[in-house]
Write a protein that binds this ligand. Structure first.
Ligand code: NAI
Length: 406
């Protein structure tokens, strides 16, 4: 259902977004245009004027200049995990909702971690290197089953907790450390400090987020605390780890192996040279930030973000929005809906309800959420609000954006 007054919702999807997104948005009755590459700032500013929903991935920069030209823009879908490419405060100030896909590639990262844990525990990289060099070595020395081994997960969020479940199905004993209180899944054991975890496990894997305080969190002292012969993985963020220290502990034989998917400096595009202290070590698996890169994850991102855009457009639902207050609304049955993004100051709700009462509009349901400087109130009413009512609400000084959904 399109917002009242709009003939058609125009969608622009850039950067080769998965076709499932196009399918889902077209089937909602939206007019979808796709573009394989990213658009530069000027080109996008030229193009965005009649766009209601914009889909981008990580290359397109959504700047304030572009947003200034995007008078019809309701929402932006970041068809990826990160949203650094979007000027979020500028979007919020204009009442533009932003959505992303925070856990569409969780499973892909977890599967890569499991593959690497098994590969390193069985010394597959050394065996493969030897075979390519014509060396036939059937020795079992240093090769282990993962069953019964102790896995230490640092950061028990989406990825860490999912890894915990799959690792247990392989017979591993899981220990975890998280700065926040987390429900320990299955038989996982919570450690009260990272030091306790490092001293307890055979494999350490980092799955923390990239908050500034985590920069350089894993260095010489942390590697030195790990048990001799243990394995280290980082598939989270490159700037968390001191790679020179890691190299030292691999070369000394203190650590049996490592797998690293993320780097402090990553080439911006294919073909650019990759530099790292970790190159040239046969028991270190290096991958080019592909933890979440699978066709399944891309498809899930396409469906997930497209469905968020659709529900926001049709019903005002902001659940899992990156910037607006989150309102997960019950399904709307028959009622007309006012979706009102406003400045979060005391008395706004009372003013809205006063205006509605004054014009004899009956409220059937109402939901309010606030987030920092922004408030979002959904009001279900029995009949469409008269133009006069909508106009009064729009003219409130606190109003950022008012939509009537029917
Ligand atoms: P999340 O936000 O669900 O979980 C992060 C967890 O780390 C939270 O529970 C948080 O409390 C905890 N944490 C933060 N700082 C900590 C610290 N210093 N010590 C202990 N715990 C700490 O994030 P999610 O989705 O699980 O992602 C984890 C990481 O994986 C992120 O850094 C993300 O950027 C990265 N990632 C990498 C991908 C790849 O392609 N390699 C793909 C997807 C995510």
């Amino acid at each position: 259902m399109a917002p009242t007054g709009d003939d058609k919702i125009n969608v622009l999807l850039l950067e080769n977004i998965h076709p499932d997104a196009t399918g889902l948005l077209s089937s909602a009755g939206f007019h979808v245009e796709t573009h394989d590459g990213a658009l530069g700032e000027d080109e996008l500013a030229e193009r965005v004027g009649d766009v209601h929903l914009l889909g981008i991935r990580s290359t397109t920069q959504l700047t304030e200049k572009v947003l200034d030209r995007a008078g019809n823009l309701l929402a932006v879908g970041a068809f990826c995990i990160g949203t650094n490419q979007i000027d979020l405060p500028a979007a919020t100030r204009r009442g533009v909702a932003v959505f992303n896909a925070p856990f569409s590639n969780t499973r892909s990262v977890v599967e890569l971690a499991i593959a690497e844990i098994i590969a390193l525990t069985r010394r597959l990289t050394d065996k493969s290197r030897d075979m390519h060099a014509g060396i036939w070595d059937k020795s079992a020395a240093g090769s282990h089953e993962v069953r019964g081994r102790r896995l230490g997960i640092v950061g028990y969020g989406n990825i860490g907790s999912q890894l915990s479940v799959l690792a247990e199905t392989l017979g591993m004993s899981v220990y975890f450390y998280d700065i926040n209180d987390k429900l320990a899944l299955g038989n996982a054991v919570r450690c009260s400090s990272i030091e306790e975890l490092l001293e307890s496990v055979d494999i350490v894997t980092l799955h923390v987020d990239g908050r500034p305080g985590n920069s350089g969190m894993f260095g010489e002292a942390e590697f030195a605390r790990m048990r001799p012969g243990s394995i280290f993985l980082n598939l989270s963020r490159g700037f968390l780890v001191d790679h020179q220290a890691l190299r030292g502990h691999i070369e000394s034989g203190h650590l049996a192996g490592a797998a690293v998917d993320v780097f402090p400096r990553e080439p911006k595009r294919r073909g650019e040279p990759f530099e790292s202290e970790l190159r040239g070590l046969s028991n270190v698996i290096l991958t080019p930030h592909v933890g979440g890169s699978t066709e399944e994850a891309q498809q899930d991102i396409g469906r997930f973000v497209a469905s968020k855009l659709r529900h926001y457009t049709d019903d005002g639902n902001t659940s899992l929005s990156v910037n607006l207050p989150e309102l997960a609304l019950p399904e709307r049955v028959g009622a007309h809906r006012l979706a009102h993004v406003h400045v979060n100051t005391p008395g706004v709700l009372a003013t809205i309800n006063g205006v509605l009462a004054e014009h004899g509009v009956n409220i059937e349901g109402q939901f309010l959420g606030t987030r920092g400087e922004v408030g979002y109130v959904i009001t279900d009413i029995g009949a469409p609000a008269a133009d006069k009512v909508a106009q009064v609400l729009r003219e409130m000084p606190e109003t950022i954006r008012l939509r009537q959904l029917s």
